[in-house]
Ligand binder design. Structure first.
Ligand code: ATP
Ligand code: MG
Length: 680
């Protein structure tokens, strides 16, 4: 076929995967592509979708799932580009309407079929923070927080609950294996989780986990599963190594014989076990169906230079459990990954920003560079340095736009207007009204709960006398019949005067909310807007004011977890030291330690041309150490042992003193001696 020139660019294995099973009229048997980082798995998947479309598949009958909305968008754009050349007219992203994350697809399905499965179609979706708040309300309701101050925090309670739901394991096992310090409270946690589930039902609320759990549960009814499954011919999934047992159950219910199913992933990059992802999903996939799935491996890395591939291979080669694959690259380079030892995190930040700006001078855009870190808080120094030197950046996986109080307030107003039973939103919004505190808010919500139709009952609820002045405006905001997107304008108008009262920097926040309203107008309905924002919120930027202008150049800061699947010409990894990678929390079991190793592997394999790892000898930890200090003296990460040091270029850096500059006293540490100890 002359038109299929897009196949020519692929290597033999990729091509075999792209066309596998697409020749006959029957749906292709199940296919697994398992391969190392940068070997073109995602590229293959985009080509496979395009190829199916070229062969006449209906884009509306293709379900495409991956781990983030950003990744899903990128995939559909690629399909668009390939089909544009292959078919003359592209199959546009809108036609591929079933593409997104498992959670977003779940939310859409549950909303579409709500009535049939006993849900109210106006259900709200709680993000993790809302869920933790609801857990807290339940905890107080049961008097648990008063019984013992050491009782697990709301966040820990939610993490335990979430883990149990996503793994399907009994609570006692989850406690024993992952939260042993909480095991003494098993008898209290059980009723707490019971109360939490009841509260969600009563309030018509689903949390993240419910989007999968409810989906999996309704799929257990064979009629329903067949009905839903019949909606798609092809189901294709990227990053399959990071799915959990519920997601695997959903898949097998969608495609009981596996036909039309393609999954892609890399067991060496499984980094979400801490959220109950189970690498067995991908390892067991070949034997899950009859006929047995076709397995195709890819070994050529197209992303990185050979020295980067060699270093990453060396790090992962030590892993204890793994589908072995040896990656190679034809991209030669004399540049080994650099291991840069510096005295402190502040100097690490200076070094990296120096390099980044130098490279920009040399023609490498900021957008082609990234700084990666284990947890968001580790970016503090680099953020400060970037701000000081006026370098624009976008931060992924850290504080979200959505986490700021004013954005949350406005979204809660919208949520409450749609679903007045949502108590977390209710508590938040009611307390914005002068004269209403937590007790009064609780009473109002209790009264509302007793009415058959709470939406119209706002008018009948009596506010406390102190709040009488602000009440009519609130009721008007809750009961408006404004159509979308006018509704968000009205909600903002109601909230606006409260901004000045609550926040000192009201003007900046006002600008954020205007921007939020702008974003909202791009959505067809309040549900679509709220769902998307809750499931995949926009990322925070250097000025906290939303997304930078389209053609502006900016640096990417990202947690390693959020950098999955992406690539940059130059990558800087912060804190490649023990205590950070692996984190001190991650070293309690071999499983967790192995996950930390894979995390470093994922980070290193994001780099195309240049890779830098920072080794600050002293770094800040959020958990207090035994002597009360919050700094620890660090050693090079154990994942880069002496035996593989030759794959790196070791550098020690300290800033050249500037004449006349007054420097702060040097850190009380003998760098030279520590260096000798470390490097031998
Ligand atoms: P990860 O495991 O990190 O998700 P991956 O296996 O999905 O990586 P891709 O992101 O698909 O890898 O590809 C890595 C890079 O290699 C991309 O820049 C992609 O465009 C390029 N690439 C993939 N296949 C080919 C090919 N056959 N020829 C040239 N470049 C390719
Ligand atoms: Mg990929």
């Amino acid at each position: 076929m002359a038109a299929a020139t897009y196949l020519d660019k692929l290597n033999d294995q990729q091509r075999a995967a792209v066309v596998f099973g697409t020749d006959g009229s029957a749906l292709p048997p199940p296919l697994l592509v398992i391969a190392g980082a940068g070997s073109g798995k995602t590229a293959m998947l985009a080509h496979r979708v395009a190829h199916l479309l070229v062969k006449g598949a209906d884009p509306r009958r293709i379900l495409l799932m991956t781990f983030s909305r950003r990744a899903a968008l990128e995939l559909t754009r690629r399909v668009e580009r390939i089909t544009a050349t292959a078919m003359g007219t592209p199959v546009v992203a809108e036609a591929l309407r079933w593409s997104g994350t498992f959670h977003a697809i779940g939310a859409r399905l549950l909303r579409e079929h709500a009535l049939a499965i006993g849900l109210h179609p106006d259900f709200s979706i709680h993000d993790r923070e809302d869920s933790a708040d609801l857990m807290n309300l339940c905890r107080h309701g049961l008097g648990l927080s008063r019984t013992d101050s050491r009782f697990p925090t709301k966040g820990t309670c939610l993490a335990i609950y979430s883990r149990a739901v996503n793994s399907g394991a009994p609570l006692t096992d989850v406690l024993r294996d992952h939260f042993p310090w909480c095991a003494p409270w098993a008898d209290q946690l059980k009723p707490l989780f019971g109360a939490y589930v009841t509260a969600k039902q009563a309030q018509n609320v689903l949390d993240y986990d419910d989007l999968l759990l409810a989906w999996a549960q309704v799929m257990a009814a064979p009629d329903f599963a067949a009905h839903i499954g019949a909606a798609w011919d092809h189901v294709l999934i990227d990053e399959y190594q990071d799915t959990n047992r519920l997601q695997a159950r959903i898949l097998t219910a969608l495609k009981p014989d596996g036909r039309g199913l393609t999954v892609v992933g890399d067991d060496a990059q499984s980094i979400y076990a801490f959220r109950a992802a189970d690498v067995r999903n991908i390892l067991d996939f070949p034997d899950t169906f009859l006929p047995r799935a076709e397995v195709i491996a890819l070994e050529r890395n197209y992303r990185s230079t050979q020295p980067i591939v060699a270093a990453a291979n060396a790090v992962i080669a030590e892993a204890s459990e793994r589908y072995t694959k040896e990656l190679w690259s034809e991209r030669t380079s004399a540049d080994k990954p650099r291991l840069v030892t510096v005295a402190t995190e502040a100097l690490q930040a200076r070094y990296m920003v120096d390099r980044i700006l130098q490279d920009r001078e040399g023609g490498m855009r900021l957008k082609d560079q990234a700084v990666l870190f284990r947890t968001s808080s580790h970016a503090a120094q680099i953020e400060a340095e970037l701000t000081r030197r006026n370098v624009p950046y976008v931060k992924f996986g850290g504080l979200k736009f959505l986490d700021s109080a004013h954005v949350k307030d406005l979204l809660s107003v919208l949520r409450l207007a749609r679903n007045p039973r949502d108590r977390v939103a209710g508590f938040r919004v009611l307390q914005l009204i002068p004269g209403i505190g937590p007790t009064a808010a609780g009473r109002i919500l209790d009264a509302l709960d007793l009415t058959p139709n709470p939406r119209s009952a706002w008018e009948d609820v009596a506010p406390p006398p102190r709040a009488a002045a602000g009440w009519p405006a609130f009721v008007a905001a809750m009961t408006t019949n404004a159509v979308w997107p006018a509704a968000i304008g009205l909600a903002r108008a109601w909230y606006d005067p409260h901004l000045d009262r609550i926040h000192e920097d009201a003007e900046a926040r006002r600008a954020d909310l205007l921007q939020l309203e702008q974003i909202a107008t791009g959505y067809p309905s309040a549900e679509a807007f709220l769902t998307e924002l809750t499931l995949d919120p926009p990322d925070a930027t250097s000025d906290q004011a939303g997304v930078p202008l389209k053609d502006e150049d900016y640096l990417i800061l990202s947690t390693i977890h959020s950098a999955k699947g992406q690539e940059w010409r130059s990558v800087h990894i912060l804190n490649a030291v023990d205590g950070c990678i692996p984190s001190d929390l991650g070293t309690s079991s071999t499983h967790e330690l192995e996950e930390e190793r894979r995390l470093l592997y994922v980070a290193m394999t994001r780099a195309k041309d240049h890779l830098t790892l920072g080794l600050p000898l002293r770094f800040y930890v959020t958990r207090q150490t035994r002597n009360g200090d919050r700094h620890i003296y660090a050693m090079r990460t154990r994942f880069i042992p002496g035996a593989i040091l030759d794959r790196f270029e070791a550098v020690t850096w300290s800033p050249a003193p500037v004449a006349g500059e007054v420097r702060p006293a040097p850190a009380p540490i003998d760098v030279a001696a520590t260096m000798r100890a470390m490097w031998g």
